[in-house]
Design a protein around this ligand. Structure first.
Ligand SMILES: [Zn+2]
Length: 464
């Protein structure tokens, strides 16, 4: 008994859209009802099941967003991202994302099992549902067995590997290949951060030596070539190792070309981009340090022509997922890199605005259908990371993770109003359309009119 009956909405999932009503019971979706069920019958149904009726007319009902790329409570150098699982997850819910996937990033001498235990303890503060990707930051004789233990004990289904950051968490090719072989044996999806680490390091040193120390040098240290070369290399290694690669945060048209070429050769390649690469561009680095540092992230924002190529790739379906790579540092933290851009902690917030940004950019002008939008932000990440149809669908039996979307409202993003705790936003002042008016997580209403109702630590680890 109990639950909600949401009536008269446009129901949109990854397969299409139709008018109708949806009933929840407990934590699940109990039924989908066609639009021609008479009002009297709906009232009778609600009375029989003790449902609260929600008038969904003029609204869209979509499955909760799945953001498979966020970094909450991530230590970087001697600092930590400002959003932890408590604040980051609430920001996610406010924007209509009900599931996030974060990362286990072991210290180089730490076992993956121990790191997973520690990460699960941190993630227990999450108000939205969550999963974790494993990462291999070193490859030892024992790492494959540790990975196997993480799959067996915690249900992990994916492994992150870095071609950049060779000094800290990146792997050289021989280790990348060994890690990919181990992932293939365990049927894990392999997330690859594709930037050529050695070439980036060389460029950074040369720029600093030449006195180019501001945020604009960050851009010059990581030209498009660094990404494209790394994508080609990662896809080649993955093909030889027999694993299924997922290229994170694609930022260039050249990377899309490389991905399309690999697919044309018959390789399965999954790929993601992020709103910042679709909405913003490299001109941000021309601003004074305090403003420009906010946009320092890796890969960097690109030229408008690259951004446009990336948009086309998303509209065409070349990219499977739009995730955020949410990784927030406040102004004080960014300020550590004044005088040396290599010391600016890289990353920006965004988990709260992903659905609205892609809706505004893609759906409003008609470049994306509403259903394609749902695929990019919910259904496809859920499928790729083994959560579908429990997450990312409106099918009876699925978790009642629901967003009642107001498609018409216009608002302006202001960091001061965000649930993310960062003191600035790379989207400050941007006008967006659409809003998650009400949000349910496993049948419990967690957001209403921008107000978070969710209990702290109400999220569940969904892999085990
Ligand atoms: Zn990331």
């Amino acid at each position: 008994m109990g639950g909600y009956l949401i009536t008269g909405a446009t129901l949109i999932d990854g397969d299409g859209e139709r008018p109708g009503s949806l009933r929840t019971e407990g934590e699940r979706i109990a039924a989908i009802l066609p639009a021609d069920v008479p009002d009297a019958d709906l009232a009778d149904l609600a009375a029989r099941h003790g449902c609260e009726v929600v008038d969904g007319r003029g609204r869209w009902l979509v499955p909760g967003g799945v953001d498979p790329h966020v970094h909450f409570a991530l230590p970087v150098g001697d600092t930590v991202t400002v959003d932890d699982f408590a604040t980051g997850s609430r920001a996610a819910l406010a924007g209509g994302t009900t599931t996030i996937i974060d990362f286990v990033t072991p210290a180089r001498d730490q076992s993956l099992v121990e790191a997973t235990e520690a990460r699960l303890a941190e993630a227990a503060r999450s108000s939205c549902d969550y999963a974790l990707h494993a990462s291999a930051t070193a490859w030892r004789s024992t790492t494959a067995a540790e990975l196997g233990a993480c799959v067996e004990r915690y249900g992990l289904r994916s492994l992150k590997l870095y071609l950049a950051y060779l000094e800290t968490i990146g792997l050289a090719d021989a280790d990348l290949f060994a890690a990919m072989q181990a992932a293939a044996a365990l049927d894990l999806t392999v997330l690859v951060h594709c930037e050529d680490g050695a070439s980036v390091s060389q460029r950074q040193r040369a720029l600093v030596t030449a006195g180019e120390t501001g945020p604009a040098a960050h851009l010059r240290s990581r030209p498009p070539r660094c990404e494209v070369d790394a994508v080609v290399r990662a896809l080649d290694l993955a093909a030889r190792a027999g694993c299924r690669p997922y290229v994170v945060h694609v930022s260039t048209g050249g990377a899309v070309v490389a991905i399309r070429a690999a697919r044309a050769r018959g390789q399965t390649v999954l790929a993601e981009t992020c709103p910042q690469y679709l909405v913003l561009d490299e001109n941000a680095y021309r601003r004074p340090f305090a403003e420009a540092a906010a946009f320092v992230m890796s890969p960097p924002l690109r030229a408008p022509a690259e951004r446009d190529a990336l948009r086309t790739a998303v509209w065409r379906g070349d990219l499977d997922v739009v995730a955020t790579d949410h990784c927030a540092f406040d102004r004080r933290q960014k300020d550590r890199g004044r005088g040396d851009f290599t010391r600016i902690p890289g990353g920006a917030s965004g988990v709260e605005h992903r659905l609205a940004l892609l809706y505004t950019l893609g759906v409003v002008p008609g470049a994306l259908t509403p259903s394609a939008w749902v695929r990019l932000v919910s259904a496809q990440p859920a499928r790729i990371f083994g959560l579908y149809p429990r997450k990312g669908s409106l099918a009876p039996g699925a978790d009642a993770d629901l967003v009642l979307w107001d498609p018409a409202v216009t608002r302006v993003i202001h960091a001061a109003e965000d649930h993310e705790v960062c003191d600035h936003s790379v989207y400050e002042g941007l006008a967006v359309r659409g809003r998650a008016e009400r949000v349910w997580l496993r049948g419990t209403e967690v957001v209403r009119q921008g107000e978070i109702l969710a209990p702290t630590d109400g999220g569940t680890f969904i892999l085990r």
